[in-house]
Design a binder for this molecule. Structure first.
Ligand SMILES: Cc1cc2nc3c(=O)[nH]c(=O)nc-3n(C[C@H](O)[C@H](O)[C@H](O)COP(=O)(O)O)c2cc1C
Length: 189
């Protein structure tokens, strides 16, 4: 079996809390971002961009998440506070994949969003190909306009995913996969 097929057949996600050091080097991060931006893109609009969170920047993102949660719920318990504080600090690298989809004379916004999802998946695959693991999550932060603004998103921009990247803390279990018989039909001749 060729290497790419073998990789795609075994790839699975790791939950962010199960991702730890080591993470990719700076040269590897550049490779990841280059591959993430090499995706089908109707109209060559590059309707996506990336924000990297490394080192103390991860803690700052967690502090923003905590401050917003506390603003909504001042009596947030300690465990919930710790969860927010650590939200972006488990893995050594988090990359936010941001959709810049916007109205366009020719290219539907939907297709721009699909291209951004493709960028996110390319990032996940490339991460695995380099020998690391990835966890693609959104969680509440992606859907909170205050958080999006705090990390620098414009009003029309959306978080496709926060991709947490590093090495597995534990042996990763696979999950059940859909049977092809449930999801594939042949169009009648
Ligand atoms: C757009 C998108 C958002 C997701 N957001 C979350 C999330 O917020 N929390 C979560 O536990 N899983 C989330 N997931 C699912 C994880 O990525 C999950 O671990 C993954 O589907 C496992 O499948 P895999 O092993 O084939 O990668 C999301 C998946 C997608 C595609």
């Amino acid at each position: 079996m060729n290497d790419t097929i073998a990789l795609l057949k075994r790839r699975r996600s790791a939950p962010p809390a199960n991702i730890t050091t080591p993470g990719p080097t700076q040269a590897e991060i550049e490779t990841l971002l280059t591959i993430a931006s090499r995706v089908p893109d109707h109209g060559k609009l590059a309707p996506w961009r990336f924000i990297t969170f490394e080192g103390a920047a991860r803690d700052r993102a967690g502090a923003i998440a905590l401050a917003l949660k506390l603003a909504d719920k001042p009596d947030l318990d300690e465990d919930a506070q710790a969860l927010e504080t650590k939200r972006f600090s488990h893995a050594p690298l988090v990359i936010a994949v941001v959709s810049r989809a916007a109205p366009h004379v020719k290219i539907p916004e939907w297709e721009q969003t699909l291209s951004a999802a493709a960028a996110c998946m390319n990032l996940v695959i490339a991460t695995n190909a380099l020998g690391y693991v990835a966890g693609w999550v959104t969680e509440w932060c992606a859907y909170d306009a205050r958080f999006r603004e705090a990390i620098g998103l414009a009003e029309h921009e959306r978080v496709v995913g926060f991709v947490h990247i590093g090495s597995p803390r534990v042996v990763m279990e696979d999950r059940p996969r859909p049977a092809l018989s449930d999801i594939v039909t042949a169009f009648a001749p």
